[in-house]
Design a protein around this ligand. Structure first.
Ligand SMILES: [Zn+2]
Length: 419
């Protein structure tokens, strides 16, 4: 009898962790960090203690106490079994921290599977000093479309479109039917056909676990496509006489490659903070130039219209050394800070106001619009749908023939056998 339980992503965006159990074997889908906007005990200047970071997070409930998953030394002193039981495997849908962020704590005896690209991104982030807490895990590359037997399960990865390359959804064959898990998915990106092919492959599944990020935000317009984001960036480059400042996520590699091309075509060079530049170069992007203000400051002031500077939050004071103000612009393209729920958001805006620098937002979501979430559910037509990774999972309306089940956090098991 197969059972499914939810250890994160319940009523919140991010933190996804879906456990499927059968005959004592366990498939864990994602192991994400908790990004809940609900107050955490650890926030601001209060951080988990060095040397006992995982214990502190487990003891305060921000990391789940799943037995036989973590390295024993990372959970020393807790009443929780560490080390692999040789019957548990972790499958990661993509390299975003709210899906993979706890993988560094996993016991080496627990195999971790992901797409080859996800493994490369995690390794490149680690080598650039932007790695996971607990270190970089060894990731086995899972060929797309090839079923992998694990105990009584068969697990197949299918590409889906998201705002990071290498994203997949999983089909997990159990003795009670297929459990499909979307990971993070969208239909307005560069590869909507991947997401639709995943849904087609999942058609008729016993259960579908789907992300509902955008349901959190109520009624809204359709998301812009990535092509529209490219067009908006090109227009800003052409219309802005001075320096363009930018906040884009390096891991959105396809967008970054497009932005680098668009900038070069308009006589501009994008300058990246050193760690991000190293990450992008390791991932094989070309024409990546590192920001080195000591060497470049004079030329940026002499020819501000020839540059774009990617700004990170800790680097905001460099605005004092850059030719910003009217004639310059800050372009927000889904980078950090992510939005008005982030305390850094008002700090950034205070600095832009102080320096008289205009702000322009051109991004698009990595997550399917509410209409597209419903289209995906209708395409899969599962017996049961579990909406997760959403602040408002109850806004998902199941189509006729599909039962909706709102997951509960904390490991309560749902039995998948038919009534
Ligand atoms: Zn994601």
């Amino acid at each position: 009898m197969a059972e499914i339980s939810f250890w994160g992503g319940v009523g919140v965006i991010g933190s996804s962790k879906v456990l499927i159990e059968q005959q004592g074997w366990r498939v864990l889908l994602d192991l994400g960090l908790d990004f809940t906007p609900v107050p955490h005990l650890f926030r601001g200047r209060v951080a988990p203690r060095p040397g006992q970071a995982l214990q502190d997070q487990i003891r305060t409930g921000s990391v789940p106490a799943i037995p036989h998953l973590y390295r024993p030394e990372a959970i020393a002193g807790l009443d929780l079994a560490g080390s692999s039981d040789a019957k548990t495997a972790l499958f990661l849908t993509h390299a975003h921290p709210d899906h993979a962020g706890l993988a560094g704590w996993v016991d080496p005896g627990v195999p971790i599977y992901a797409s080859a690209l996800t493994g490369q991104i995690l390794a490149a982030q680690e080598s650039a000093g932007m790695g996971l807490p607990g270190g970089v895990p060894a990731v086995h590359a899972l060929p797309l479309g090839d079923p992998l037997p694990f105990g009584p399960f068969m697990v197949t990865a299918h590409a889906v479109d998201h705002d990071i390359p290498g994203a997949v959804g999983f089909l997990v064959e159990t003795e009670d039917g297929v459990v499909a898990y979307s990971g993070d998915i969208r239909l307005h990106g560069r590869h909507p056909e991947w997401s639709l092919q995943f849904a087609e492959a999942a058609r008729g599944a016993r259960a579908l676990v789907i992300e509902g990020t955008t349901l959190s935000f109520g009624f809204q317009r359709a998301e812009p496509t990535e092509k529209m984001v490219d067009g908006a960036f090109a227009e800003i480059l052409e219309r802005t006489p001075g320096l363009v400042l930018m906040a884009a996520l390096p891991a959105n590699l396809e967008r970054i490659a497009a932005f680098v091309d668009l900038a070069r075509g308009r006589g501009r060079t994008i300058l990246w903070p050193p760690a991000q530049a190293q990450f992008l170069k390791t991932m094989g992007l070309t024409d990546i130039k590192t920001l080195d203000l000591a060497a470049q400051k004079a030329d940026i002031h002499a020819r501000p219209g020839h540059y774009v500077v990617q700004l990170t939050v800790p680097d905001i004071p460099v605005l004092l050394d850059l030719p910003v103000g009217p004639g310059s612009v800050f372009v927000h393209a889904n980078g950090e800070p992510f939005g008005d729920y982030d305390p850094d958001w008002t700090i950034l805006h205070d600095w832009l106001t102080y320096t008289h620098t205009p702000f322009w937002s051109i991004g698009t979501s990595g997550h399917a619009s509410p209409a597209d979430v419903h289209l995906l559910v209708e395409t899969v037509a599962p017996d049961i749908v579990f909406p997760i990774h959403s602040a408002a999972p109850d806004r998902l309306v199941a189509p006729p023939g599909t039962a909706r089940w709102l997951p509960e956090r904390g490991g309560r098991r749902f039995t998948l056998s038919r009534p």
